[in-house]
Design a binder for this molecule. Structure first.
Ligand code: BGC
Length: 433
């Protein structure tokens, strides 16, 4: 309420001409910037140079997309720079184990054509994204289909491999009740559309159509690097054919689908990540210790326990911990946009004055980011007294987003979700000008 009155007054004082150059008037806005936030062309209240303002990278960690090596220059851009994400390896291992345990538990019915080969197909999100790479490895490791390359499990897509001859994977085996089964990755593909968008759900829906029409009887399990692609495959084929699909993210629609045969998913604790994303900015803006309201309770009583996140100082990174969501516990995860109760208390506006944040979502149509992460951010921004401009990218080009960072002087802090993890400098160059 209060916030709106303030911004209205400011807009009136500054006049329409300034309001017209508000942050997201740039190229092709995809409509995901919310009206409530445009508070005219006023300057940020901190008076800091842009290069010194708090900056948080989230969801895509600045890193080399081929080697995974962290981009410590971007992570140390200034003393108030952090990354917020989740523990990709811990989550990937959980996903692999979840699939393996499901197979073991359902061994009597899983091999649909009774040929002794448990066949699975794999939807890969983005071959240059560390989360995607980790999840591909996690599934291959748990099922014994991984092959080492340079000391790590190869995460390349294989195309089709119905005869087991692919070299980037091998046949694994699972023994249950004295009987041995072969486990084979029948096919895998990066789900990238012709315009270049990765993690593309529609592409995954088409892929399962192609795969099922040529070797559908061999497919016993579907694994997907995320729920967006997983649900697309579930709806297109696996639900009707009673083949379990396993995804990642615990989006509400995927959790609900567990009641209808979706195999399971992993919660990356987006409720904790969204909080951390805005909380590290709030703390820097307040000039308090970064642990406030995180590992140390703030005056309102917000605090996170050690079982939901880790902070690695040397990486300047906060990582939320993952939880498996299966038929056993899905009832607890039905609303993915619900804020996390231990950090749900409103901060007082007199001590934590309203501040303006520029935040982008790299792809406005990414299922996880748009249906889970952004709604959570929007719930937390009020609690933390942050006025956030949400900018939705096209998922393909960095410039589509950076074009809309034309007036960094208007903001007190920045939250950035890159298209490609290699591209941090496209943003820091603008802030350094
Ligand atoms: C999520 C994916 C999402 C991707 C976007 C991952 O962490 O699990 O669902 O598409 O981030 O960057």
């Amino acid at each position: 309420m209060n916030k709106k009155v303030v911004s209205l007054t400011m807009a009136m004082l500054l006049g329409l001409s300034l309001a017209a150059c508000a942050s997201d008037s740039g190229s092709g806005d995809s409509g995901s910037s919310t009206a409530e936030e445009s508070s005219g062309g006023s300057d940020a209240s901190s008076g800091q140079a842009n290069k010194d303002k708090p900056l948080v990278w989230f969801n895509r960690q600045p890193s080399n997309s081929s080697t995974g090596e962290l981009d410590m220059t971007a992570l140390n851009f200034n003393k108030d720079t952090y990354y917020v994400g989740f523990d990709a390896n811990q989550g990937a291992e959980l996903q692999g184990t979840m699939v393996k345990e499901y197979i073991e538990k359902n061994i009597d019915s899983i091999d649909r054509n009774g040929d002794g080969v448990i066949g699975y197909v794999l939807a890969i999100g983005d071959i240059g994204h560390n989360d995607s790479i980790a999840r591909t490895r996690g599934v291959r490791k748990a099922l014994g289909t991984g092959v080492e390359k340079d000391g790590e499990i190869n995460s390349e897509p294989i195309g089709t491999n119905t005869d087991g001859s692919a070299s980037a994977v091998q046949d694994g085996s699972i023994e249950v009740g004295g009987k041995k089964y072969v486990v084979r990755e029948l096919a895998s593909q990066e789900m990238k559309n012709s315009a270049g968008a990765t993690w593309d759900a529609a592409t995954a829906g088409n892929a399962i159509g192609t795969w099922s029409s040529s070797f559908g009887d061999d497919i016993d399990v579907i694994a997907s690097n995320n729920d967006g692609m997983g649900m697309s495959m579930f709806n297109a084929w696996s639900k009707d054919n009673k083949v379990p699909t396993f995804g990642y993210d615990a989006n509400s629609d995927a959790v609900a689908a567990i009641a209808e045969g979706y195999g399971g998913t992993i919660s990356q604790h987006a409720d904790v990540q969204a909080y951390l994303t805005l909380r590290v900015l709030r703390n820097a803006l307040d000039g308090v210790d970064v642990d406030t309201g995180i590992g140390t309770a703030d005056e309102a009583g917000n605090v996170l326990s050690e079982d939901v996140y880790v902070y690695r100082e040397e990486e300047r990174s906060y990582y939320a911990l993952n939880v498996a969501v299966t038929a056993d516990n899905y009832q607890d995860f039905t609303d993915s946009t619900k804020i996390y109760e231990p950090v749900s208390k409103q901060l007082a506006e007199d001590k934590h004055a309203a501040k303006k944040v520029w935040l982008n979502i790299y792809n406005a149509s990414d299922n996880f980011l748009s249906s889970t992460y952004q709604p959570l951010l929007q719930n937390y921004d009020d609690i933390l007294n942050l006025e956030v401009d949400y900018i939705g990218g096209d998922g393909q080009t960095e410039s589509n987003i950076t074009n809309r960072l034309g007036n960094p002087g208007q903001y007190d802090a920045f939250a950035i979700n890159m298209v490609k993890t290699d591209n941090a400098a496209s943003y820091t160059a603008i802030l350094s000008q």
